[in-house]
Design a protein around this ligand. Structure first.
Ligand code: ATP
Ligand code: FE
Ligand code: MG
Length: 332
């Protein structure tokens, strides 16, 4: 099976051709980060306009690099939600137009299912598996017992991990997106500032990062008022330590409780060096568990992951109608 994937849920315009849900034939991503940087975050109207400008170019490029024509494509998979509504609409409409013009099946894909299926481009999935999804908008532990089945056993009650990184970074005066900058600073500092860990109720797999974010901001402001110097590197290291500790400890507990065969890391925050290192230390030696961490290019938004998730739906006979709508609040 050869699937054309399209992704426009946020600030990346992406198209990709994937074979059998496992092999990337082409993977084109046009990032808009430069256009949003000076606003300190993604501006929805600007994102939509860029998607309109880039969509056709990116799809043509993906087909060209794959050296295939639309005749050879079996179906079009597109991110249906969640995401920015105006951004999603551009991808969904492009996919609908291509599907109609070439009489190909259309398949709507959940963006987070895509982030999880990025792992299948690295290694075949073995069930049951657990996926730690950490992105700009999501922080979830997802249990999968078979292809296409997603059970959210824990999720954030307030900010997503990436959101917390970006907000803390903004307070520290770092450019958008702040995650990579904090990650870098954290490695140059020591976690000497006392910050809270949100374990929540005993046995809960939910997360919360807004208290931690506020604690960082308060620490900075208090020091400023007292005229004290605070080492930004140590503060970044302390923040990262709290995030990584809670994420990995809860993940470890879920791995034991559900006896999973694989642990998959997914989403943009999977690029975090501290998180990757800690997970590797925790699980790499284990014979009974396989840890999969995709390369950075597959952790952030791309269309190969959407094509990979769409392939499973295609093979299960699932199709979307040509009146498919963007759904910004789509549930997994
Ligand atoms: P969602 O997938 O939930 O809709 P999104 O697509 O905007 O959200 P991604 O593109 O998957 O999110 O990830 C972007 C997020 O990852 C940003 O918040 C960014 O700061 C964060 N991030 C990227 N690299 C790192 C890093 N090294 N450390 C921490 N966070 C990082
Ligand atoms: Fe994403
Ligand atoms: Mg993004």
């Amino acid at each position: 099976t050869l699937i054309l994937g399209i992704e426009t849920s946020c600030d990346e315009t992406a198209a990709s051709v994937v074979r059998n849900g496992t092999d990337i034939v082409s993977n084109v991503v046009a990032s808009q980060i430069e256009s949003h940087k000076r606003f300190g975050g993604v501006v929805p109207e600007i994102a939509s306009r860029h998607h309109v400008e880039q969509m056709t170019i990116v799809v043509e490029e993906a087909l060209e690099q794959a050296e295939v024509t639309m005749d050879e494509i079996d179906a079009i998979a597109v991110t249906e939600g969640p995401g920015l509504v105006g951004a999603l609409i551009i991808g969904v409409n492009a996919a609908k137009a291509i599907a109609f013009a070439h009489q190909k099946p259309l398949i709507g894909v959940h963006h987070i299912a895509g982030h999880i299926y990025a792992n299948r481009l690295i290694e075949e999935m073995k069930f049951p598996l657990l996926s730690l999804v950490v992105s700009g908008g999501h922080t979830e532990l997802v249990l999968m017992k078979e292809h296409g089945s997603f059970e959210v056993i824990g999720e954030t009650r307030d900010d997503a991990a990436g959101e917390a990184y970006d907000k803390v970074a903004r307070t520290l005066g770092l450019p958008y997106p702040g995650g990579p900058h904090i990650d870098k600073l954290a490695h140059e500092g020591t976690p000497s500032v006392k910050l809270p860990r949100a374990w929540l109720e005993e046995g809960s797999y939910d997360f919360s990062f807004s208290g931690l974010k506020s604690a960082v901001i308060n620490t900075l402001h208090n020091a400023e008022q007292r005229g004290e110097e605070i080492d930004v590197k140590d503060l970044a290291a302390s923040f990262q330590e709290s995030v990584v500790e809670v994420l990995t400890e809860k993940t470890k507990r879920a791995v034991e409780e559900y006896g999973v065969k694989q642990l998959l890391l997914a989403g943009g925050v999977a690029a975090n060096k501290g998180l990757r290192t800690r997970l590797t230390e925790m699980f790499d030696e284990r014979e009974d568990l396989e840890l999969i961490i995709p390369p950075l290019s597959l952790c952030t938004d791309n269309a190969a992951m959407i094509a990979a998730a769409g392939t499973v739906l295609y093979e299960q006979g699932k199709r979307s109608a040509l009146d498919l709508n963007a759904n910004p609040g789509l549930m997994l």
